[in-house]
Structure formats: structure tokens, C-alpha cells
Design a protein around this ligand. Structure first.
Ligand code: LLP
Length: 492
């Protein structure tokens, strides 16, 4: 468990019954007493799988083995090796449906594919009736390769190349989100050449400081995305888009940041963008066919619980509030309420997945405070999860091949890379009976882990498997040495 977030018994009990049918703390304790008795409160807690952090279909069996969708994680580790990402397909799909229900239908929800994309994921998104947001040529190409309908794709990027713009226009994407002034002319020229009228949104920075890590806050002034509302450049960009040949301005976009827990940022952003919509209504000719500003895209950012002590953002509640506020505010400005779109990535993909590692070296290190810290090394690390190193992100791990019953010891879970900053869990109290060969799973790794993975130290990327109703499927195979060598061209 995490040192800084001692959960209350109530919190764990609530988690136990409210999300996905997890066993209550009491039931878990009884189960463990009947097979492998837990000897400490810490071990009892450590053996639990809080429902707001772990995949909806994760369970611990009476023998201590953790299953996801009925598949024992040790079995997956045996078949596919470790580290391995395990995606609970029903969890992923159910979060798509939750989002669609909250925001009035799948067409209003654009899954942010940067969180994690494969052709399989694109197919799931399509089957669940959601739309897709891509932010690069690669993401666009993978989506199209999956047969994802181009008309339900939105294209983002602060530095879109002509290649990306042309590929978007010729594929027939629904929307391109304009991010800088010179892009307007380039996109217009391409649309004219291709004989297409391209619908566009203008990305606005409403000047909101999201309370999240500096690197993932994207709506304040001093950053690279979009047009400033305060300076008037967003307004000017909208007029330029309307004037540009073969472009049709259909809405405004913003994204306040990622892993956001304070929903007021979304409300404030909506209010500011509606203000701009009001100005545009005043300035634009209602007969002008190149403008029909009817979309308000508020981006993604819905925060999830990575540890037991965190609460995920209550999406249905946030959605209901936003929809109500947008309607009221639009009407007070004399506007027809716009269609509200959102672009969640993490809140759909994140909680569906765990990464299973094998524990290797266990080393007790004397720290400067004259105490001991145990270093548990696992067989992956910053190459499959850069988030702790990049954002000081916190995670939660559990031994998944058995019950543990040791006493608490100050622990750091580290990877196998040649770098002391290769830390996955920085400061946790773990039972002291975790040993080499145990399987340690880390929860909440479905978003921005594989997507941001690297081959540092010539590590090969892990396999990704999906589980559903007791069956396992390989989504991405593990990279091999041949994959690494195959990039080398010619003689060496
Ligand atoms: N829409 C836009 C325009 C975005 O830039 C992003 C994320 C999203 C939607 C999805 O945000 P989400 O719902 O997933 O929070 N690598 C960082 C996150 C960077 C997100 C960048 N943009 C991390 O690992 O936390």
C-alpha cells in the first residue's frame, strides 16, 4: 500500500461493494483465513484489490491467485512471459459505454487514441459506437488500417505536416482541429486541391491553470497548443477559417489538461468558449455557408484513481453538470446550445489494464536516515512505464500469484534499467515476504504506458494480451531481438 494514502476501512469496504462486485474486506479476510491466513492488517489490505483502482473483472481466488476476467495472471505470465500488459476487454468496453451514456451518446465521445491504440482498440471503439481522436499520422493510419470510419475521426496536432493534413482530407476525416495560423492556409490549399470541403474546429486556450502535473496541463497561456482567447487570436483564427476556401468552421475546441480532478476547470472553459461563440454569432453572417459553429469540444482529462487513496472523477455527475451549465449559459447568450463533445483517453483505457512483472533482486539498503529500505527489482521498468519518472506518478502493486502475509517494510519497486531514477513505486510499505519469482502486478497501466514505451537498454516491448470471459487473446506480441536488429540498414 502507499505510504501517503492510508485508506480507511470504510473506503475499502465501499470500494468492495460499489464497483464491479469486488469482495468486501471482511469476505476477503474470511477467504484468506480459510486458506492462507493473513497475519497482519497490512497483509490483509495488500491482498485486497480496491475496485476503483483494479480492473472491473479482477478477483483474488481462495488460493490467493489473482484472475482477470476469469484468467489467472500466473497462467498469462507463464504463456506470454513477463512483463506483460493484461487488458480486461469488458472493463474497457464498459467504460466506453459509461462515457457514452454520460454524454448523451457515443457520437459525442471521441476516444483519445494517444492513450493506447492498436487496431483491436480501434475496433472496440467502433463497435461501442464512439468516435476517435488522433494526434499524429501514425495514429490516423492505424485507425484507418482498422477500418475505423474516417468520418468519425478528429485530427489534432500542434505541428501538422502537409502529409498528415492531406492524408486527413483524402481519407475524409470528420474534423481537423486548427492549432496555428499558418496551418489554416495550408489546409485550405490542400482541401481545394483535393476538391473537398473540410470541417474544422479551432483549438482555443481559455487560460485555465489545471491542477495537474505541469507537463500535462494544456490550457494556460504559456504552452504550445492552440490560439489564445485572451489576446484575441482565437477569434481571429475563427474568422480566418471562415474566410479560407474549402474550410467550414463547425466548432471550438479546448483541452484543459490531463488527470484532472477539479471539474470546475471544464465548466470555466465551457463558459469562456461560449463567450467566444457569442462573439462569433455577432460577427459572422448567418447566411455564410462556411460557418456553422455548433460544436463545443471540451477535450479529455478525466482523472482516474491510480492508488487506493484516490477517487476517480465522477464522470456521470460531471457530465450532467456540464450539460446543464452549457445549456443555461448558451441560452443566456442567445445561442442555441452547442453539441458537447469530449475526448477521454485515460478514463477509458487506464483502469482496464495491469502490468504483470516478475520480481528478481531483493536488496535491503541502508538509507541516510539510518533505516532500511527494501528495493524490489522487477523485470521491466521505465521502458514500459515512464510515468513515475516523468510525472512522479503513483501506482499500486499487488503480488498476484499467492497471498502475502509478511510485516510491513519500507519498499521501493524499481525496474531493471541502468538508471537510478528507474523507479516504479517510490515509497510504499509492502509485506516483507515478497521474494524473487513472485509476480507483481501494477494496476491502472492501460493509458500512456505502452503508448509511451521505449526500447531503452535494448529492452524489447512487452506483449499485450486481452482477456474476456475466461479467454486470452494476444493483442500485441512481445518484441524480439530480430525486431531490434531489423531496423539496422545495410552492412555493419
Ligand atoms: N484531447 C486532447 C486534445 C489531448 O491533448 C489529450 C491528452 C486528451 C484529449 C486525452 O486526455 P486524457 O483523457 O487521457 O487525460 N502522457 C500524459 C498525458 C498527456 C495527455 C496529452 N493529451 C500522462 O501519461 O499522464
Amino acid at each position: 500500500m502507499n505510504r501517503r494514502t492510508e485508506p480507511s476501512l470504510e473506503r475499502r469496504a465501499i470500494a468492495g461493494i460499489s464497483d464491479g462486485g469486488f469482495d468486501s474486506v471482511e469476505k476477503r479476510a474470511a477467504a484468506s483465513a480459510s486458506s492462507t491466513p493473513a497475519t497482519s492488517a497490512l497483509a490483509d489490505s495488500f491482498n485486497g484489490l480496491p475496485g476503483h483502482v483494479w480492473p472491473r473483472n479482477a478477483r483474488r481466488q481462495d488460493d490467493g491467485v489473482v484472475t482477470v476476467a476469469g484468467v489467472p495472471l500466473p497462467e498469462i505470465a507463464e504463456t506470454y512471459g513477463t512483463p506483460v500488459f493484461v487488458v480486461d476487454e469488458d472493463d474497457f468496453r464498459s467504460r466506453c459505454r459509461d462515457m457514452a451514456e454520460a454524454f448523451g451518446g457515443g457520437h459525442n465521445v471521441h476516444y483519445a487514441s494517444k492513450a493506447f491504440l492498436t487496431r483491436t482498440i480501434a475496433r472496440w471503439i467502433d463497435e461501442e459506437g464512439l468516435s476517435l481522436d488522433v494526434a499524429s499520422l501514425g495514429e490516423l493510419q492505424v485507425a484507418l488500417a482498422a477500418g475505423f470510419p474516417a468520418s468519425r475521426i478528429t485530427v489534432h496536432g500542434n505541428n501538422k505536416t502537409d502529409t498528415l493534413l492531406r492524408a486527413s482530407v483524402t481519407a475524409g476525416v470528420g474534423h481537423v482541429v486548427l492549432d496555428c495560423a499558418e496551418e489554416i492556409g495550408r489546409l485550405s490549399a490542400i482541401a481545394v486541391e483535393e476538391g473537398v470541403v473540410q470541417e474544422v474546429l479551432v483549438r482555443v486556450k481559455p487560460g485555465i491553470e489545471a491542477h495537474t502535473h505541469e507537463f500535462i496541463a494544456t490550457s494556460h497561456e504559456d504552452q504550445k497548443f492552440g490560439f489564445s482567447l485572451a489576446s484575441g487570436s482565437a477569434h481571429a483564427a475563427c474568422l480566418a477559417a471562415v474566410d479560407a476556401e474549402n474550410l467550414k468552421l463547425v466548432g471550438l475546441h479546448c483541452h484543459v489538461g490531463s488527470q484532472v480532478f477539479d471539474a470546475q476547470g471544464f465548466s470555466l472553459a465551457a463558459e469562456r468558449l461560449l463567450g467566444l461563440m457569442g462573439e462569433l454569432k455577432r460577427d459572422l453572417d448567418p447566411e455564410d455557408a462556411s460557418a456553422a459553429v455548433s460544436i463545443l469540444d471540451l477535450g479529455g482529462g478525466y482523472g482516474i484513481a491510480y492508488t487506493e487513496g484516490q477517487d476517480p472523477l465522477d464522470v456521470p455527475e460531471v457530465a450532467a453538470t456540464l450539460l446543464r451549465e452549457v445549456t443555461t449559459h448558451a441560452e443566456s447568450l442567445g445561442l442555441t446550445p452547442p453539441e458537447l463533445l469530449v475526448e477521454p483517453g485515460r478514463a477509458i483505457a487506464g483502469p482496464s489494464t495491469v502490468t504483470v512483472y516478475t520480481v528478481g533482486t531483493v536488496k535491503d539498503v541502508h538509507t541516510a536516515q539510518d533505516s532500511t529500505r527494501r528495493y524490489l527489482s522487477v523485470d521491466g521498468g521505465m521502458s514500459d512505464n515512464i510515468r513515475p519518472a516523468l510525472y512522479q506518478a503513483e501506482y499500486e502493486g499487488r503480488v498476484v500469484n499467492r497471498f502475502v502475509d509478511g510485516e510491513g517494510i519500507s519498499t521501493r519497486v524499481v525496474g531493471s534499467h541502468c538508471e537510478s531514477g528507474d523507479i516504479l513505486l517510490s515509497d510504499v510499505i509492502y509485506p516483507d515476504d515478497i521474494t524473487a519469482g513472485d509476480l507483481l502486478a501494477i494496476a491502472g497501466t492501460g493509458a500512456y504506458c505502452y503508448a509511451m514505451s521505449s526500447r531503452y537498454n535494448m529492452f524489447t516491448r512487452p506483449a499485450v494480451v486481452t482477456v474476456r470471459a475466461g479467454r486470452t487473446r494476444l493483442m500485441l506480441r512481445r518484441e524480439t531481438l530480430d525486431d531490434l536488429l531489423s531496423l539496422e540498414d545495410g552492412q555493419f
